[in-house]
Write a protein that binds this ligand. Structure first.
Ligand code: MG
Length: 378
């Protein structure tokens, strides 16, 4: 008898039974739910393995303990699953979206994406969120019958967090909600906020570990200050590192508890009886006003003191230069591309080059740059 993995969900959760399905029809699995299959396909994809060597804030070779896009994605999935289970949402879908949400990121983090977007200005631009969808819809080459991973509509709509109207018009089903201003499933709303909780908190941890931000600076952030003081009161003899870990753990917990309480209240007030009701309602997964303000303050702090730090800026500048020079070299002479990309470049050179560059890990991009610019390297 087929298993029924989706029993026990809230009526407003996404289910395979009510799914809008896959772009290419496939037989159902006897052992796994549809969103489980999506999660498994993401984990086995090439783009997922590359996340290990892509920058979140710190370039991979800068230190072994910093988050990478892979560990970030796993942290997002952990947070989103815990919250999702508590709210009666579809944990498999939440996990699939979380693990896939950063698949389209370029090497060198946001600096890489900005540089590639600049290079692509005359050719339709480049946006990592849209590229994540392109990875799962088109670029992964794992199946004989179709391109991409052929994920369900619900996972794909969760991956596409935002989208400009003119692009939404070209995307068919997943673009619709940006035109009719409806909401995605709660699982998608949740993965989006879990992303924010994860990076705000792990960037505090990585920022302190790197020495680029200090405890004295962080004292101006109320969310940090409160939990740091409490950790010190509870464990006066603890080492500084242990106290920081206690603090970050408590900050995450506070944000999660707030998100659960406020979202539960929003869901109770809107009383959606189905996923269709969720789509018509305003966003229901949300912080309280107080927690949103605190989270925003932390985000601003990280922007001003960590992301704008001159040492981060230096690495970003190097990353941008590498991306620009790779792009220009391949645009000037497509014969420099690996053969499989040369074939794609015949149809649309700029897009093929952008796909090639955005798929690179940090260290692959650095190596490829050396191979193109240094006569000693082949
Ligand atoms: Mg992310």
């Amino acid at each position: 008898m087929p298993m029924q993995p989706e029993l026990g969900l809230a009526p407003y959760a996404a289910t395979a039974a009510t799914s809008r399905g896959r772009r290419h029809a496939e037989e159902r699995s006897q052992t796994r739910g549809e969103f489980q299959r999506d999660r498994d396909r993401v984990i086995h994809s090439t783009a997922f393995r590359r996340l290990e060597y892509k920058t979140q804030v710190f370039v991979n070779h800068e230190g072994d303990l910093f988050r990478t896009r892979l560990t970030h994605s796993i942290e997002v999935a952990q947070l989103a699953r815990s919250i999702g289970r508590h709210l009666g949402l579809n944990e498999d879908l939440v996990e699939a979206i979380s693990l896939a949400h950063d698949l389209g990121h370029t090497p060198f983090g946001h600096a890489g994406q900005d540089a590639l977007n600049d290079c692509m200005r005359e050719f339709g631009g480049f946006e990592h969120n849209l590229q994540s969808l392109r990875v799962v819809d088109v670029l992964e080459e794992r199946y004989g019958a179709f391109d991409g991973l052929n994920l369900t509509f619900e996972t794909r709509e969760g991956i596409l967090k935002h989208c400009a109207p003119d692009i939404a018009r070209t995307l068919g089903d997943v673009g619709e909600r940006f035109l009719d201003h409806t909401q995605p499933a709660l699982e998608a709303q949740l993965a989006n906020l879990a992303d924010e909780i994860a990076y705000n908190n792990h960037d505090v941890d990585d920022g302190l570990r790197s020495g680029l931000i200090t405890l004295e600076q962080l004292a101006e952030v109320p969310l940090f200050r409160r939990h740091y003081d409490e950790a010190g009161r509870l464990y006066p003899a603890a080492s500084e590192r242990r106290r920081i870990n206690e603090t970050v753990r408590r900050m995450i917990n506070a944000l999660v508890l707030d998100l659960v309480a406020q979202s539960s209240a929003n869901i109770a007030a809107a009383a959606p009886a189905s996923l269709a009701d969720v789509r018509r309602a305003p966003p229901l997964i949300a912080y309280s006003a107080a927690a949103r303000e605190e989270s925003l303050t932390l985000k601003r702090f990280l922007r001003d003191h960590l992301y704008q730090h001159y040492l981060v800026q230096r690495m970003s500048a190097k990353g941008r230069r590498i991306i620009r020079e790779l792009f220009q070299s391949f645009m000037d002479d497509a014969r420099l591309l690996p053969p499989q990309y040369q074939a794609k470049a015949e149809a649309d050179r700029a897009r093929a080059v952008a796909d090639y560059i955005s798929g690179m890990t940090d260290r692959y991009a650095m190596r490829e740059h050396r191979r193109l610019f240094m006569v000693e390297d082949i």
